[in-house]
Design a binder for this molecule. Structure first.
Ligand SMILES: *Cc1c(COP(=O)(O)O)cnc(C)c1O
Length: 418
């Protein structure tokens, strides 16, 4: 059974100040999880997790992760701005972008970020717009040489990202000839993967590539970025990935492939998003309508603008009804939002206890790729974000949008001004 972050009593108290819908994040659980994650990698001296800002760009949460030793993984101008504002610089920032505008490369270079190139042609592009840094990482796409199946991105040969093997060889040689001193390899081949073998197989593949680069092409790689992709148990029957097992699998590949080739003191990096904050954030909503036609619907006061994953990928988010956690789930509902889009359904044919108007519902595991993916379709506004602190206090960490926010970009029309 999934336990909501808030009890019914606590939620009712919060709602007096902050009406639903809102996101709530659990600071204590976020800190515990990242500590465990980093501990699992303690065998690798230089290990660093760069939190994927796109998964949850709330500065208060990123500050917490910074205190726990994380850097940031950015792929846009504003993500770099956020990192700079929080005091991240140099090797604290990994810039893993694609189809990158010149202004973003310039900014990343100015911050001293570790730059990860997505394509062979970006070597020349970066050199011309910002100059080459001393250290560069290249993103590898092995094509159909890598098989592991997940729902979101499972066929590297169909993915738009990365260099082919030959481009990687040529790219590193060119960079070396131009005076670049340190090299890294990055690859991201699966998303939301609960298979504990994903990082170990990916690492094995990248380590072999590095050995070949060293032995056949004279290029020495000094760090690897295994990127994101560790999944979270969205469904009650899913099992949490064991990060100690995952890390031990990577260590084994390190010892079997890199050490015999004389490659030691190699840094392992990751840039997880989902695994770091996903389970520790929830969208809290209120049931405002019940509708019975060919199916039974519960209408809530949030919509896909607040949490898009179900509409976008038909993703499963577990639903709890506060105060009815142990009641029999003897009804079947679609839990829906208010968009004029028939895919705006948080849950379809879901077994739930009887829901009354005014009941508070929790959409679990929305702490990553939740608020962040929001948009403003139908003129709907994004909700507030709250932090449940370690001492039990609740802090507003992002206010909800107002109509003035929505109209801010057409401020030359005075009609929407207050
Ligand atoms: C999305 C993304 C991540 C994070 O992915 P998760 O599935 O949240 O772990 C990391 N790196 C890059 C380049 C990404 O695009």
């Amino acid at each position: 059974m999934k336990k909501p972050i808030l009890t019914l009593e606590k939620a009712r108290e919060i709602i007096k100040t902050y009406p639903t819908p809102f996101y709530v994040y659990d600071e204590k659980a976020i800190r515990q999880n990242i500590r465990e994650y980093r501990d699992a990698w303690s065998w690798n001296k230089g290990f660093k997790e760069y939190f994927a800002v796109k998964a949850n760009p709330n500065p208060v949460l990123i500050k917490i992760l910074q205190e726990e030793g994380c850097g940031t993984d950015c792929s846009s101008y504003t993500e770099l701005m956020l990192s700079e504002a929080l005091g991240f610089k140099n090797k604290d920032i990994f810039f893993s972008s694609n189809e990158t505008p010149a202004a973003e490369f310039k900014y990343a270079k100015k911050l001293g970020a570790r730059i990860n190139l997505d394509d062979f042609t970006h070597i020349k592009f970066l050199e011309e717009c910002a100059g080459l840094p001393e250290e560069i990482c290249l993103r590898f796409n092995p094509g159909d040489n890598f098989k592991i199946s997940t729902a979101i991105m499972d066929h590297p040969e169909d993915a738009k990202y990365g260099f082919t093997f030959q481009q990687l060889v040529d790219g590193f040689k060119i960079l070396k000839s131009k005076g670049v001193k340190r090299f890294g390899i990055h690859s991201f081949l699966a998303s939301n993967c609960l298979n504990e073998n994903y990082y170990p197989s990916l690492a094995g593949l990248l380590f072999k590539v590095a050995v070949e680069l060293k032995e056949s092409h004279g290029v020495e790689v000094s760090f690897f970025n295994l990127s994101g992709g560790i999944g979270i148990p969205y469904r009650p029957e899913d099992k949490k990935a064991d990060v100690y097992k995952i890390s031990a699998g990577v260590k084994k590949a390190y010892e079997e492939i890199l050490l015999p080739a004389g490659m030691k003191d190699i840094q392992i990096c990751t840039e997880l998003g989902r695994y770091i904050t996903g389970p520790y954030g929830e969208l809290v909503v209120t049931a405002i309508h019940e509708k019975n036609i060919y199916k039974n619907y519960i209408g809530v006061d949030a919509c896909a603008v607040n949490l898009m994953r179900p509409a976008m990928y038909r993703a499963y988010h577990h639903v709890s009804v506060l105060g009815k956690e142990t009641a029999p789930a003897d009804r079947i509902y679609d839990v829906v939002g208010s968009l004029c889009e028939n895919n705006d359904k948080f849950a379809i044919d879901r077994s739930l206890p009887k829901i009354n108007i005014g009941d508070i519902l929790v959409l679990h595991d929305a702490g990553a790729h939740g608020y962040a993916m929001g948009y403003n379709y139908n003129g709907k506004l994004k909700c507030a974000e709250l932090l449940l602190k370690e001492n039990g206090d609740v802090e507003l960490i992002r206010r909800k949008e107002t109509p003035q926010d929505y109209f801010a970009t057409i401020d030359f029309l005075n009609v929407f001004k207050k």
